[in-house]
Design a protein around this ligand. Structure first.
Ligand code: SF4
Length: 254
């Protein structure tokens, strides 16, 4: 049995998949997006919030976590909801995640992922859940490396792989002012989405969280995006929205 590290469990979540959900946030992420609003999610190990002195990151066995989540079974059944595994990047704890999923096969599960995971593990996890929320950030690899710390090559290969296996997908695009909301980037993302064989169930355009920098100091980190505007570029975002809807994609603006 593989233990996992969870840094938060959000009950009665309404925006993390169908129905009423419980979202489990697994600790650790291979990316370091400059706009990340959960900086405490990035390191895999438990760490202390320097302001509150509280430890962030609790260890669970798969059966402990599954048992905790089963308390909400009636709510899931009533609302056609379920459990969402998010992070950090949940696939970073692939063995723990797979073992936990194997104990919850009768409950709807969603994987919320940045797509950066060794491909064979990623496919197994994607096939073990009912729905995948897949983040797409930057189409250009150099910019992706600059703003997330990693190349987008594996992410795009994994997106293509899920598409080839016809895995039910929502694509989620964070609109970060001057970074992901540029006309060039949105055009690049449009071409990536258009090249897929199967239409994603939905494309979510996610607003920039202006409070993203709020927790960095608590974990001895520095938030760098202090001078970007609060709102994304309305012209390029509207053009992107129209491009998508005119091509019959189902788009939701957050
Ligand atoms: S992928 Fe998500 S959790 Fe990971 S650093 Fe980026 S925004 Fe934060």
């Amino acid at each position: 049995m593989t233990n996992g590290i969870v840094f938060d469990i959000k009950e009665f979540a309404l925006n993390d998949g169908p129905g009423i959900r419980v979202t489990v946030f697994l600790k650790g992420c291979p990316l370091t997006c400059k706009w990340c609003h959960n900086p405490e999610s990035q390191k895999h190990q438990p760490e202390t919030n320097q302001k509150t002195n509280r430890l962030c990151g609790k260890i669970y066995t798969p059966s402990e976590l599954a048992e905790h989540l089963r308390q909400f079974q009636d709510v899931f059944a009533f609302s056609e909801g379920g459990i969402t595994f998010s992070g950090g990047e949940p696939t970073l704890q692939a063995d723990f995640l797979m073992e936990t999923l194997s104990l919850l096969t009768d409950i709807h599960t969603t994987l919320d992922t940045c797509g950066y995971c060794e491909s064979s593990k990623f496919l197994k996890i994607a096939q073990a859940v009912n729905l995948v929320y897949f983040d797409l950030k930057l189409a250009d690899d150099t910019l992706h490396q600059k703003y997330t710390g990693m190349s987008n090559r594996l992410i795009l290969e994994n997106l293509k792989m899920l598409d080839e296996h016809n895995i039910p997908l929502h694509i989620r695009i964070p609109l970060i002012p001057t970074i992901t909301d540029t006309a060039d980037n949105l055009n690049g993302l449009f071409n990536i989405i258009k090249s897929l064989k199967h239409s994603p169930i939905r494309i979510d355009l996610l607003p920039y969280n202006i409070c993203a920098g709020g927790k960095y100091e608590n974990y001895g980190m520095t938030y760098e995006l202090t001078t970007i505007p609060n709102e994304p570029n309305q012209t390029s975002v509207q053009h992107f929205y129209e491009q998508l809807t005119q091509n019959n994609f189902n788009v939701m603006k957050g």
